[in-house]
Design a protein around this ligand. Structure first.
Ligand code: NAD
Length: 388
């Protein structure tokens, strides 16, 4: 069977890590299915490569292909801070309504992590991807339209915003929050996981973050009443046996919990900005961004991507760690039903870590490790797969 997968190289280290990733995926599929399954690759242009060839960062052809696609995988895309183009990754998430950003965080044995018990970290973050302050509704300070907006708010809603303020708007809908939490609960059910924790800052932002918590509990109660139980219900004496526990934590407390009691958390459902912070922090607990995979999903399209950015200082030097993209590829293979190939890739990565031959970022985190180039690491993975 043939599986069409679109790929976007990405900026910065994108080219370095793609050179390694595609051959490893192909050989893993070949090894696992002996020619019965095959990936048909089609490149789409985005970012600087697209700009050089077409004069646009996100060409029409790319958007048209993605509008009809089911699966794609991308490298990181650069976004200037403060000025210039909007994030292409965020644009894609909004354009294709990729509302769920799913990031599993898992420790690979042998990596010296920043916490004493990284093996206790086994979480999957479901981050809402289309709403919140990421909606891009911002007004620059001291501009005419910003002053008009401030005047309107102060006058009509009895607020006292200073005239020189910059303004950001945080839109969140019941529909957007509920579909994210629904997906997180479905994932916990499918994978037989013990809990879903709603992470929010509802004590301060009551009508946005607080509503996320309220809508999250509502989904659990209205749609999964027989399969879920809340912590409150357990305290009241109800039996949690065979049920997914729905918890909620305030975002700042969750950062502490993730460090002190990671084993108590499994699936995390959270808002856009909280999810962004939390996923990098959790990745750091198990060995850093080089090992952090992810996917952005709508109900029709899944775009898999490395969680890290373009790492401009490492770009073109063949030193980046390709594992984040490779582990995202493994998620993609699971998604299209090629789970044997996915396990092949994960096992090959674990074997290289066991043998202590890794890229320089990981070599720093493994005792007596040998640091190899990105391309050399790719060749080692291929050898591991051939010898399986
Ligand atoms: P970054 O993730 O590029 O880099 C953070 C740190 O991690 C750096 O020290 C970098 O060298 C290291 N690092 C990241 N990936 C690595 C890898 N595979 N191997 C080894 N080390 C790695 O974050 P940044 O510097 O904040 O952002 C750089 C650019 O990337 C910005 O333009 C930003 O907008 C963009 N970005 C894109 C995405 C995306 O496309 N999904 C995500 C995050 C950042």
């Amino acid at each position: 069977m043939q599986h069409k997968v679109y790929w976007i190289e990405g900026d910065g280290i994108g080219a370095d890590i793609w050179k390694v990733t595609k051959p490893v995926i192909n050989i893993a599929v070949q090894k696992a299915y002996q020619g019965k399954e095959e990936i048909i690759w089609e490149e789409l242009l985005a970012g600087e490569k697209a700009f050089k060839q077409t004069g646009e960062h996100l060409p029409k052809e790319t958007l048209e292909a993605l509008a009809k696609a089911k699966v794609a995988i991308k490298g990181p895309l650069a976004t200037p801070v403060g000025t210039g183009i909007r994030s292409l990754t965020v644009t894609m998430r909004q354009k294709f309504d990729l509302y769920a950003c799913i990031r599993p965080v898992h420790w690979y044995k042998g990596i010296i992590a920043s916490v004493r018990h990284p093996e206790k970290v086994n979480m999957t973050i479901f981050r809402e991807n289309t709403e919140d302050v990421y909606a891009g509704i911002e007004f620059q300070s001291n501009q005419e339209e910003t002053k008009k907006l401030i005047e309107f708010i102060n006058k009509n809603f009895s607020k006292n915003i200073k005239e020189e303020c910059a303004i950001g708007i945080k839109p969140m809908t019941e529909h957007g929050c509920k579909r994210l939490v629904r997906r997180a609960i479905q994932y916990a059910l499918k994978n037989n996981l013990p809990s879903v924790t709603l992470v929010h800052k509802g004590n301060i932002m009551k009508f946005t973050e607080g509503a996320f918590q309220k809508w999250g509990y509502e989904v659990a109660k209205q749609e999964f009443a027989n399969q879920t139980i809340t912590e409150q219900e357990i305290r009241e004496g109800k039996d949690p046996k065979n049920k997914i526990i729905i918890k909620d934590r305030i975002a700042d407390a969750m950062f502490q919990e993730a460090l002190l009691h990671p084993e108590e958390y499994s699936v995390i459902a959270t808002t856009n900005l909280n999810g962004d912070y939390l996923s990098d922090a959790l990745a750091a607990q198990v060995g850093g961004l080089g090992m952090a995979p992810g996917v952005n999903m709508s109900d029709n399209l899944a775009i898999f991507e490395a969680t890290h950015g373009t790492a401009p200082t490492a770009a073109g030097k063949d030193i980046a760690n390709p594992c984040s993209l490779l582990l995202s590829a493994a998620m993609l293979l699971d998604h299209i039903g090629l789970d044997k190939a996915a396990s092949t890739i994960r096992n090959a990565i674990q074997n290289c870590i066991d043998k202590k031959t890794v890229t320089q970022d990981l070599a720093k985190e493994i005792e007596n490790a040998t640091s190899v180039l990105c391309s050399e690491f790719g060749n080692l993975l291929i050898k591991e797969i051939e010898n399986m």
